[in-house]
Write a protein that binds this ligand. Structure first.
Ligand code: GCV
Length: 673
């Protein structure tokens, strides 16, 4: 719902005397003030604004027994942990400091809102750095942003500080996120100018009471672009001095500044390799500038210069030999998979391959490759699947590419709020299951009445839990990847071939369809990417008969008549998976329809319309991919699969004409079919 509509509703409510509250999605999972609340809250005497926020939140919405907040030394709890226990006088929330009390308050309120009994417990976060990465540009656009423009109003800062910054900080703190990188990794050096740092400082001031540190993406060539130096060579003393002076300047303005995120020598960004230096030399030089202030460098390993014929191997080839060469305030930030946030990827083999180096995972919360804001794709199952392979304890920190924009409901698709929520909860506790997280999020956000039939809420839960697998099935099942339309990555283009374009930006590079079969041979008889994994897993992946089927086309070029576990041939199985993906969306539509009487009409209609788009697009994917691959398999589409109604040429003719900064609208999609 747009802002104008919200305003009209609010005004109508005032004029008609009806309830002023109308759903617009802006509250996220957080409840507003609760007038019936009779809570008795005792808080420590403190001037801390953080304690004041905790008290305000509890006074607003706590429905439990009288509660006492205490600051008490407890070495188990660290800086951010909390304990909930009972003593003779009643229920107590205690922590070492104000921040622990804030996190504990949000945890208690979560229990309340989800209708759970208060669990007596001790909680500490799994990671000290739990950070969202905004890919927001200084002109207000967001790379891969699907919910409007950036929430940072750079033009009006530092004079005007939008109230939304506080709402945003509150939402993050409520799920345990404690850091925000404000700007795109494709970074403009301007963010480091005095003019912009003054603006950044204002945002940091708003975030501070919520325990959130500000970080910035830094352009490696800033000493040249901003400082007028002739070089950005990390071994040149004047370059190191420039970064040191810049760090000193930043910390004067923002004493708790978190540090830098750097995309170097990747997709055209400058980096140390431009000066024949290594990633470690570049990262360490910047880290040394931050070190005296306690800052860190998150150095991305998202690189794929063609050092090998297989892009999936390139980051490992470039980074693994640098193990042990990074300073202790550098963390190497690695995307969960070896290619690029596909609907399903095996984990990146770099994880665990650099035992002397701190590593962090980068998840993508924004749905660049999962239907933008038009499709429901609850991503906790993808992230917990990653943790099934990579032990959370082997990581030092965690990052998620934000899906937040200035739409009233923050995330475009109302259900995409669940991904922001899930990222925060998993960053705090990666042992949580997707189901536990959705059990928390759903009642708090969808706000259905308590007497909603269980089969309805079970249906909604299933809709969310199955949604990512549905996307995998209708977009690229069985380990297929990167079949996306060029540039914007919305619809299917397995045929895409742009003259002069990098081969590894073209889908045929990844699917390798030919008359013999389908899939990228990364086994020992092919690119041997399997060898980058630990020996036991490598052996399993290497054998077409033991490779998990969800990855079979990632690691093998599989003959069309290969017998799959179901007994079907590869071709039949492929057709079945595409069909099943489409049918799953139809099931999701039925689950949503069953919930209609219990959901706010505004919310229900919004999601319903998006589901219609999703259903149509799922079919678009199914038809496009099956018709295209059929040219190679030469086999008929089985009877159990709905016959395509379009021709391949018709589907090839669809060009959305959208940029990398927007979501195709339903109107645009309608006009193309
Ligand atoms: C910020 C992919 C995306 C780019 C993104 C890049 C990255 O290539 O398509 O938009 O750039 O990843 O993670 O740096």
């Amino acid at each position: 719902m747009n802002k104008l509509k919200s305003l009209i509703l609010a005004v109508t409510a005032i004029l008609t005397g009806s309830a002023a509250w109308a759903y617009d999605g802006s509250c996220l999972w957080l409840s507003g003030a609760d007038n019936d609340n009779q809570a008795v809250i005792t808080v420590p005497k403190s001037k801390s604004p953080t304690v004041a926020i905790a008290a305000e939140e509890l006074n607003k919405s706590w429905h439990g027994e009288p509660l006492r907040l205490e600051i008490k030394r407890d070495k188990h709890l660290g800086n951010e942990g909390f304990r909930v226990y009972r003593d003779k006088k009643g229920l107590v929330l205690s922590a070492n400091n104000d921040l622990g009390l804030l996190y504990g308050s949000y945890a208690l309120l979560r229990d309340n809102a989800a209708g759970k009994a208060i669990a007596l417990r001790e909680e500490t976060p799994a990671y000290n750095v739990r950070v969202l990465n905004h890919w927001d540009n200084l002109d207000g656009t967001i790379e891969r942003g699907y919910s409007g423009h950036s929430i940072w109003n750079w033009d009006e800062l530092p004079d005007v500080v939008s109230p939304r910054y506080r709402e945003y900080a509150r939402a993050n703190a409520s799920v345990g996120i404690n850091g925000v990188v404000l700007n795109n990794v494709n970074a403009s050096s301007k963010i480091l100018s005095a003019e912009y740092l003054a603006k950044v400082a204002k945002i940091a001031d708003v975030f501070r009471p919520y325990g959130i540190k500000v970080y910035l993406s830094a352009n490696f060539a800033a000493p040249m672009q901003l400082g007028g130096l002739k070089t950005a060579d990390p071994l040149e003393p004047e370059v190191a001095a420039w970064w040191k002076a810049k760090a000193d300047e930043i910390y004067k303005l923002i004493p708790d500044f978190g540090g830098f995120l750097v995309k170097a020598n990747s997709e055209g960004q400058p980096g140390p390799c431009d000066f024949d230096r290594t990633h470690a030399e570049g990262a360490n030089m910047m880290a040394r500038a931050l070190k005296p202030h306690g800052g860190i460098v998150m150095w991305r390993a998202f690189v794929y210069s063609p050092a090998d014929a297989d892009r999936a191997k390139q980051a490992y080839i470039e980074f693994q030999p640098l193990d042990g060469k990074f300073d202790d305030n550098v963390i190497v930030q690695i995307k969960n998979g070896p290619i690029d946030f596909q609907p399903r990827e095996p984990y990146s083999p770099l994880f665990g391959a650099m035992p002397q180096t701190d590593q962090m995972v980068e998840f993508q919360v924004t749905q660049e490759y999962l239907g933008h804001s038009n499709h429901i794709a609850y991503l906790a199952p993808m992230w917990t699947e990653f943790f099934d392979y990579v032990s959370p304890s082997s990581l030092k920190a965690i990052a998620g590419v934000a899906n937040v924009g200035n739409d009233t409901n923050w995330t475009g698709h109302p259900m995409a709020q669940a991904n922001w929520y899930a990222f925060g909860r998993l960053a705090w506790n990666p042992q949580l299951s997707s189901e536990e997280i959705i059990d928390e999020w759903m009642p708090m956000t969808l706000n259905y009445p308590e007497n909603t039939p269980k089969e309805v809420t079970d249906g909604l839960k299933k809709m969310m839990l199955d949604s990512r697998e549905a996307v995998v099935d209708y977009m690229m099942p069985l380990g297929l990847h990167h079949l996306f339309a060029f540039g914007h990555h919305y619809g299917p283009e397995p045929w895409c071939d742009i003259k002069g374009g990098r081969p590894d930006w073209m889908p045929p590079y990844y699917h390798r369809a030919d008359s013999a079969g389908l899939g990228f041979n990364r086994s020992s008889s092919g690119s041997n990417a399997v060898a980058q994994y630990p020996a036991q897993l490598a052996k399993k992946l290497d054998d077409i008969n033991t490779c998990p089927e969800e990855f079979i086309l990632w690691f093998h070029h599989v003959p069309w008549d290969f017998k799959m576990k179901s007994g079907a041939t590869l071709w039949q199985e492929l057709c079945n998976r595409y069909q099943s993906g489409v049918e799953s969306v139809e099931t999701m539509q039925r689950q949503w329809t069953a919930a209609k009487p219990y959901i706010d009409p505004e919310l229900w209609n919004d999601v319903n319309e998006r589901l219609m788009t999703q259903a149509r697009d799922a079919n678009w994917w199914r038809e496009g991919c099956l018709l295209y691959f059929q040219q190679f398999s030469g086999m008929p589409i089985p009877d159990n699969v709905t016959p395509p109604v379009h021709t391949l040429d018709q589907l090839k003719g669809i060009k959305l004409g959208i940029s990398n900064y927007e979501c195709p609208t339903p109107e645009l999609l309608n006009s193309k079919r």
